[in-house]
Design a protein around this ligand. Sequence first.
Ligand code: FCB
Length: 455
Amino acid sequence: MLKRATFPAGFTWGSATSSYQVEGGWQEDGKAESIWDRFAHAPGRIVDGSDGDIACDQLHRYPEDIALLRELGLGAYRFSVSWPRVVPTIDGAVNRAGLDYYDRLVDALLEAGITPFPTLYHWDLPQWQQDAGGWADRAVIGRFAEYADAVVRALGDRVTTWTVLNEPQVFVTHGHLEGVHAPGLRDLDLTLRTSHIVNLTHAEGVRAVRAAAPGAAIGSGFNMDIAYPATDDPRDAAAAERHHAWVNAWYLDPLVRGGYPLAFVDQEAALDRMDIRPGDMEAMATAFDFIALNMYSRAVIADDPSDARFGLRRLQGPGRTNDFGWEIWPAALHKLVRRVDADYGHPPIYITENGCADNARPGPDGRIHDASRVRYLEDHLGQLARAIDDGCDVRGYFAWSLLDNFEWAAGYSQRFGIVWVDFQDAGLPRTVKDSGHRLSEIVAGGALEYDDSLA
Ligand code: FCB
């Protein structure tokens, strides 16, 4: 049945970006190299040979971007803080000039009536930490907590909501197992050890933020692809659960439910390789004030005994795809929110990323008719409204991304922005796309319907 979508009063509407993807100024004001600077500068890593040296130049153009947020009627901005901009050396000394940028950004957002929604880590690890062993070096736990403390003390008088990490599963797996993201490694043992240290760091980071800003709301951004079993066969259902465990719950359950979920065919052997030390499980116990979800697609999963690790295979589903080839399945957002609501005790939930690669370019009329993204946003927001109607406590939605930007290994070849950026023009002019206008309409209360029969 078709129903009218409504969003609760006080619902947060925003858009998101991350430091390396938009800031530029990679060596400015004392900023040190990050693993993404190093990775992108190495030949052959990024499909179009590009890097984030300049990106959208938000470091200088943030007033223009804040004006865009205002124009679109978005009340919140999710950005991330670059650790090597704030702490350029391993001795931990804070770079005032680097931190000042975020100070200016926060002030300018507040002046425009926009709530800052910062993330402390969105993948740009300082290269100095990588040189010391990266995320596999336990010293990272204390160093991250010190960095978090410095940022929260500097901005905590004005920032009331913090997210600590962005998508731990992605930066661990893509960076250490699949080698497609910085630091470009391919090693399962290292991945396992790293995942555990990331979890310990995460918990310590939450404690640091809590201590520095006792009244703030604290969460983290988890990427989640809800898993659909390929068939009714119970073996496919079990495989889908293992996928859920490894991709969606591995970085959340140890923190809030006291243990690692069952992801591996031989779970015991996997846990043995993780270097879990006495006291670690207790040290990981954390409470979040909200759970932030990043959602783009879903996963269709079949049992596959030939996969020795997880015993599964991911299939391409029948839905239409975005320009990146990711399947579009709006009902997956409803299903995901329902599952997180049920599994984690009805937590407040924010969707901190959701969006679509749609490479539509300006047409003869100068406008960007990104019809695929318009439909994506409408359909996903509809399914989110459905989850809210079902009783889930969803507090906000952030479209990824405010701007076309440096899309990691895809460079500038994939565009996720609701605002077009002309990277051929040195002035990096921005133009709101049709999707930006449509989002703005929905935010202002524009009509939207959802189908409550989609599965
Ligand atoms: C997410 C990342 C974000 C962006 C989108 C498309 O996994 O958090 O930075 O690249 O995917």
